[in-house]
Design a protein around this ligand. Sequence first.
Ligand SMILES: Cc1ncc(COP(=O)(O)O)c(C=O)c1O
Length: 368
Amino acid sequence: MQWPSHGGQPERLRKMFGLAAARPVLDFSANLNPLGPPDDVPELLAKAFDQVRRYPDPHYEEPRQAIARAEGVPVGQVLLTNGGAEAIFLVAHWLQGKRALLVHPTFGEYERACRQHGLNVTSLFLANPPCFEWPLEQIVEHLADADVLFVAHPNNPTGTMLRPSALHLILEAARQHDCYVVIDEAFVDFLPQHASCTPWLREHPHLILLRSLTKMFTIPGLRLGYVLADEAVIRELAERQMPWSVNALAANLLPHLLANHEFIARTRRWLAVETDYLKSSLSALGFETSPFNANFYLVRDGRAGRWSKEKAVTEAERLLAFLLGRGIVARHTHTFKGLEGGWLRLAVRSREENAQLISSLSDWMEQS
Ligand SMILES: Cc1ncc(COP(=O)(O)O)c(C=O)c1O
């Protein structure tokens, strides 16, 4: 089967399973904020419409200043990008032909970017599912033979984080071995402010932070992200960036989004409440989840650990099809190394949608 490489493609899944396109779908496969975009976004975009007649400022001074103020870093440490995805490919381009270290299962675009730019990739794996522990000793050991480590933090698809002490250990080893550490914080805005590694930039010139506004503000179609790193690194990345890579409407919107503290705070409150609800409901039904902090998680039947790998994959596919029949779209995990289809990834949605999911999962458990 040709599985879609990303979430958010319900029509493709429906066709794969030969299901009629009769009813609307609840999309749990893309990990976007269900509260967004913020209410003022349509009006802000309409007001800025005239800007499409001109080229954007190639240096994006205003949005970069806004990011620098919000993050408390000098503007020379900021690069505006066309989503977090462009940032990943810029880093791989800059380090082309070198050695990368990845810890799977993780976001698939790291590997794609590395392969595209001829990096030699070494793969490690999170240990002991459903805990998905970081193999800290192995990571530190392999940093000696790597030029860059990519870490999604929180990690996609597990939704898990490293302890600050583990991050510290990795950064110190990376410094010793002259290895860059890319911490992709695409989902960090969903967590309390102290979860971000921004304050560590001052002490760690090898640290490269990637950020995305598409997840928190539900604007994946607009594309917006940025890099925070040492000024020398930012210059290298900027040199490889396509001119006018970020469109004027997105660039103009950025300062308004960053200033919308009320929306961010509301999102964090919603996530904390729904996370508790989902963790307790899923465990009561007999499902197992990754110990997630982010707005998505891995889930499987609690008995799957005792099944053969083949049975676990078959059951996950049957569950995916069952949910699809109920109009609920989950993310398959066939394209995540280390999972190979044995889990499903689900986004945290509104209470009404989460309750519908729980009700369908309860029916599934009853009939299986
Ligand atoms: C960990 C991670 N980083 C980056 C991205 C890319 O996000 P963007 O839409 O900002 O390009 C994603 C998208 O799913 C992601 O999961």
